[in-house]
Design a binder for this molecule. Structure first.
Ligand code: PMH
Length: 378
């Protein structure tokens, strides 16, 4: 849902780009029975969870994944009926809420199962995906001893319904593939060992975007597609070897609210850190750090596009506004592209991420809720 808004700054999310990305990546598996689990945690990496989820499902994804139970409920409240997996640990006392909303959960601790059991009533059962930590060091079963205890408990208690087994790669986006191979081998050996016990799950998954695009032979029957569904590359180091052309879905736009000519030596913004070096045209943009547009954009050489021309931030970024130096006067109300294409030039998410010394994932996630997302189909 595009909300009503009264400000001149917005994020434009191209749902056709999402659709294109999901279908092109699925195409890599067209002859195989491998399905997409669309990862829409963190409000769909800042793009809008509900809209992206609906688009992904409409483009062939079969499952959804989120980090939190709250995020799963948000999708259910939007009448999304596809299977949803919560990737993070939910509280044992909330297990009946997961059942009530028909949400699958991630488990990896026998103690958790023992506690959660008491919160399920007679006849109630919850769908679980058991997570193995094969090298990410975040959450998951680390050893066969731990796994034996957990699976023994699952076998003995009908209230836990094994629906999936999975793991997560730490380095699938790096040129050196040795650690991916190691994690894959560890996971295979766990699966083999479980098979010896007669334990099988309908869904087995390990891959994220990078793995799904680079290592099709390592995928099981599902992969969890996050960043590249949004049209972004998992890491600049592997961009060239990707087998699909991704279309970025997210642009960030605003409109100039004031344009003025300042004579030599005038100062701009808090601290008066910038002084005009000659007579300069200065434009004011209504976005600031309360929108997630951090002050660092102005101290790290950040630029925007205006009528296809680049303009640099000058002076400190304020809470709700910031200033750029224009090469020539333009009309108040002219569109400013902070992320995305404008005519002959574009500012990519990777450019913005590099400016902040971070990764593209972080950028749309931190664009605040105060910035409305508007949905387009280009
Ligand atoms: N599966 C799990 C368990 C994840 O944590 C993530 C992304 C994905 C799949 C999707 O990965 P992709 O976006 O690379 O395709 N998780 C995170 C994270 O926790 N920090 O950055 C990305």
């Amino acid at each position: 849902m595009s909300q009503t808004f009264y400000r001149d700054t917005w994020a434009e999310v191209d749902l056709n780009a999402v659709s294109h990305n999901v279908s092109s990546i699925s195409q890599l598996y067209r002859e195989k029975n491998v399905h997409v689990m669309a990862v829409v945690k963190g409000n769909g990496y800042g793009h809008g969870a509900v809209e992206v989820a609906k688009t992904a499902l409409g483009s062939g994804a079969k499952y959804l994944a989120v980090a939190l139970l709250d995020e799963a409920i948000q999708l259910r409240e939007a009448n999304i009926t596809a299977p949803i997996l919560v990737l993070g640990r939910i509280r044992p006392e909330d297990v009946a809420i997961a059942v009530q909303w028909d949400v699958m959960i991630t488990v990896f601790q026998v103690g958790w199962l023992q506690e959660a059991k008491d919160y399920l009533s007679e006849g109630q059962s919850v769908q679980i995906h058991v997570k193995f930590d094969t090298g990410m060091g975040r959450v998951g079963l680390r050893s066969k001893e731990e796994a034996a205890l957990l699976f023994q408990f699952v076998i003995e208690h009908k209230s836990f319904n094994l629906h999936g087994i999975y793991t997560h790669f730490a380095t699938a986006d790096e040129p050196d593939v040795s650690f991916v191979n190691e994690q894959h081998e560890r996971f295979l050996s766990m699966l083999e060992w479980l098979k010896g016990w007669g334990i099988k799950a309908p869904l087995i998954h390990s891959g994220n975007s990078a793995a799904a695009m680079r290592f099709p032979d390592k995928m099981f029957n599902v992969f969890r597609l996050g960043i590249s569904m949004y049209g972004l590359t998992p890491s600049p180091a592997i961009t060239k070897e990707l087998p699909v052309t991704l279309k970025p879905a997210f642009s960030l736009k605003s409109r100039l609210v004031q344009v003025k000519e300042l004579p030599l030596g005038e100062s701009i913004s808090y601290g008066a850190t910038y002084r005009t070096k000659e007579s300069e045209w200065i434009g004011t943009i209504p976005i600031g750090y309360a929108d997630g547009w951090l002050r660092y954009h102005s101290t790290s050489g950040g630029e925007v596009l205006i009528n296809g021309d680049r303009a640099s931030f000058v002076g400190r970024i304020c809470m709700d506004q910031c200033m750029v130096r224009l090469s020539k006067p333009v009309e108040t109300g002219t569109i400013v592209t902070l992320i995305g294409e404008d005519g002959r030039d574009k500012i990519t998410m990777d450019e913005v991420a590099a400016r902040l010394g971070t990764i593209n994932y972080e950028i749309p996630c931190v664009i605040g809720q105060r910035v409305p997302r508007i949905y387009v189909r280009k």
